[in-house]
Design a protein around this ligand. Sequence first.
Ligand SMILES: [Zn+2]
Length: 197
Amino acid sequence: MIEPPSLEELIAEFSSLPGIGNKTARRLAYHILSRPREQTVRFSESILKAVERVKPCSRCFVFTEGDICSVCNMRKEAKTICVVEKSSDILPFEKSGVFQGLYFVLGGVLSPLDGVGPETLHIPFLIERVKKEGFQELILALGSSPEAESTALLIDRLLEGTSIKRSRLARGIPMGSDLEFVDEITMLRAFEGRVLF
Ligand SMILES: [Zn+2]
């Protein structure tokens, strides 16, 4: 390639993002360098600002700028907790308004081969919270990959013997890593059709 090293580096950074192939990465990098400098500086500053300010909520791990997120703050009395894989997975729930409870972000699903065990996923913290706080229902919204399935089963097993109702979203809808893109109607159906373990 005849591209200067710093441009090559920028292309490599873009292609490390999910859903961005080499071609798109190159297009974005060239585009960034063709725009007015000021626009690009603003863009890079907003990345830095988000990285510095946004962090996981200390109770549920949803992204927030404070110590505790707005959902945890507003729904202190909620009796239902919904377990998701990543912070953006709560968006379809919030957009559809189908759920008025609390969330808990696991930060992934079990993947022993990649060294992702229960400790990495805040599972012990979840179990402790659920046992202490007297929730009535725990909804698992983790998707349908084999890893997600075994994660859901483990959580269910760890809560055996407690009185909390355990349910999961209806199957047959695109989930897992795509949960954040589920439209409102699909989310409503999956939620209303949730099944008990
Ligand atoms: Zn929170």
